[in-house]
Ligand binder design. Sequence first.
Ligand code: UD1
Length: 385
Amino acid sequence: MRIINVVGARPNFMKIAPLMAAYPAHPALEPLLVHTGQHYDHAMSTLFFEELGIPRPDLNLGVHGGSHASQHARVMTAFEEVCKTHRPDLVLVVGDVNSTLSCALVASKLGIRVAHVEAGLRSFDRTMPEEINRVLTDQISDLLFVSEQSGLVNLAREGLDHEGVHFVGNVMIDSLMRNLEKARRSTVLDDHGLEPRGYAALTMHRPANVDDPEVLAGLLDVVERVAAEQRIVFPAHPRTLDRLDSFGLRGRLDALDAVTVVPPMGYLDFLHLVGHARIILTDSGGIQEETTVLRVPCITLRESTERPSTCLIGTNRLAGVDPDRIWAEYRAGMDSDPAAFGIPAKWDGKAAERIAAALADEGPRPRSAALGWTAHGALPRLSRA
Ligand code: UD1
């Protein structure tokens, strides 16, 4: 059973790593790895392959930059050729980045079965490109591997409660558990003169936060307030640095002695940084999950989360982007006891094993014409009365 596995952007790499490691236990599975090239430089891509022990991609499509439409179009055109040449039985995509949807769509149109890892997550905010990618990818996937309970509910609401849905747990957490020991050897705290639990870590890169000068300026207000009471380490995404410069806001950040702006970090350094932080402020999706397992308070700089179990069970607090509300959540997070929070079901480091076993059980088989709908009698009953 030939499986083409797709990665494109940074958050995909920690999701695919445990899967590539789990496949060899099932000799019937023949995995190929395709990198679309969406993220391409050392800090955002190559370093993650090295640290996570991901095999070199069999193919790199070399597509990066440009508008969303252009990114989708170029990935789709290149990936169609890959599918025609390599004739996979299944295409497996992870997460919610543009490459995820592009490749799922190509495979689906070629009649190739699609598996989506991290299915069912919904922020219910369709201004987020990731939400569009999630909703559409799930609709055209044959196998839906779900990471948290809310995913099952969301899929059912969309008529996707078919036999291809598997609640397997969280592959991000597989990577975290596999690498925690290695991350302990990181020198990142010493490098920046940090004491364990003596600093906050900050990340922000969402278009809604960094592409709007008013929102970005408001987030800087909060950074200034936090910096007045503790050190902040800010591994900055290229998009964010670009916007800070173009909106003339970079000076405000540079003026803060307590804030250390560093380039995007590798996986191991970042894990170590987050694991020893007093608190995290972030607009990332994956970091909400990692902090939950590491039991570090997380303040999420967004109005919605597609990972509600991190708030219901874990250490996460949804703070929005209003500076006063963020400050209130920050204070509550600082006062909370992370040990009192729990860890969602099946976030146990075995999600990739479950996925590989499910794929091996499936074996190669033709695509079913009608998923979900007819299988569950969801078609409306027509009556002549
Ligand atoms: C993408 C994902 C987002 C994910 C994020 C993690 C989509 C829609 N968004 O957003 O879900 O959380 O990745 O980083 O797919 N850049 C570099 N070097 C790189 C990669 C990007 O300098 O290796 C620059 C690009 O040139 C561009 C900017 O970063 O200017 C944004 O890259 P892009 O891939 O368009 O989306 P992200 O904002 O990174």
